[in-house]
Design a protein around this ligand. Sequence first.
Ligand code: ADQ
Length: 469
Amino acid sequence: MGRLVVVSNRISDPRKTAAGGLAVALGEVLNSSGGLWFGWSGKLAEVPTGTEMPVEFHQAGPVKLATIDLPREDYEAYYVGYSNGVLWPVLHYRLDLADFEAGYIEGYRRVNQLFARTLLPLLRPDDVIWVHDYHLIPLAAELRALGCQQRIGFFLHIPLPPPLILAAIPGHDWLVKGLCSYDLVGFQSKADHEHFCRYIEAEAHAQDLGEGRWRVFNRTLHAGAFPIGIDVNEFQALTDAPEAREMYERMRQEYSRRKLLVGVDRLDYSKGLPQRMRAFRQLLAKYPDTRNSATLIQIASPSREDVSAYTDILHELESLCGSINGNYGELDWMPVRYMHRTVARARLPGLYRASRVALVTPLRDGMNLVAKEFIAAQDPEDPGVLVLSRFAGAAEQLKEALLVNPYDTEGTAEAIHLALLMPLEERRQRHQALLATIRRTDVHWWCDSFLHLLAQTEAEETGTPWLRL
Ligand code: ADQ
């Protein structure tokens, strides 16, 4: 394979420990091919839309990081408007939260065109390009329109809903045609992949060539499910490092008389946080023995606070936590400890390991890496229990978790109760199976299997004119 070029909305320096498994895994492949990582710098420029933006280069070991700033007006339409106001809610099945204001899609396209124009001169003929996530769906089509013939793959980190939900997006045909300009499109789960296949068959008369290959819009495309994993070894090493150990000891001391439940999420409406709190309240109401003996630590890191649906969820969560503590708290015990902040990555494994139960109960989630991190951080001799939403992509793989429907308050409360009481032997057995799964399908497996297939696809020119908006 030639040089790898990764493109994503934001980039991170793969050498920094705070970067996380994805950046580390991509960093490894980028390192070995002396690759390039291209994306937005995170900075805004007070210049008119349409202005060409200069590229800034940073060398991170053998990897070259290339970033551009974005004109403020383009950022509003591309990032706040279309990516997070339309695509994020609809792809998470939340049509009610989408803001289909006209004008966003043009800004979204403008930024993808700017990315394409800026990236093209940096490319070499034998490069393999890997584009990430919903911000950049049309990028391959824009690159192809400029004559780019290199292999281009795409991975969608969030879910893809069934065709009828996708079809609610004005311009959905343009978007999906954009997806079909890639040589390989990867999804998190079999369900997402199936939704894509059903859509292109029904709406674009795609012809199934077998083995994940499709003939559509006059070109051949590969599609498949590539569930993302974590770097299990790295996370276990982090668990044994001093910062996580110290966190673990502190938590164990503080909660020596109580069982700890933990939730770690970005504060996002897809994560099902109010539903989780209601299930916990139901647990306390129905099983009085859990009062005074179980504490839920919920960490919700601030996220996209410039989108109004996020401030609504923040207020709802604060009010629920307040009322649970008000109704059930004692002088020496608060049922919920809620923190609206990010926990340092080095300390997270200690918190996971000190917890008897993890609540990972999104209403919809592409994969959910917290579920996998929790498993990796456990002591195999005395592991905690994972309560996992059946609507997280991870549920397709993590069958030995306690799977719940987060909309069912009563049922989720029962599962939490079961998790708190689960005997040691059953906890061990379930954990052993879960650990084997996350090891087998770790982030290196994910990277390798995607790139291996991408390298086998045959790059070909798109024969069709690119759809007009
Ligand atoms: P996210 O929605 O951000 O990612 P998730 O996979 O759960 O969701 O978390 C990503 C990382 O952020 C994890 O490493 C986790 O530890 C960290 N994190 C989350 N909340 C935190 C907090 N409060 N404090 C500190 N760290 C926190 C998107 C998709 C997911 C998909 C990933 C990867 O929405 O479905 O799994 O991309 O593809």
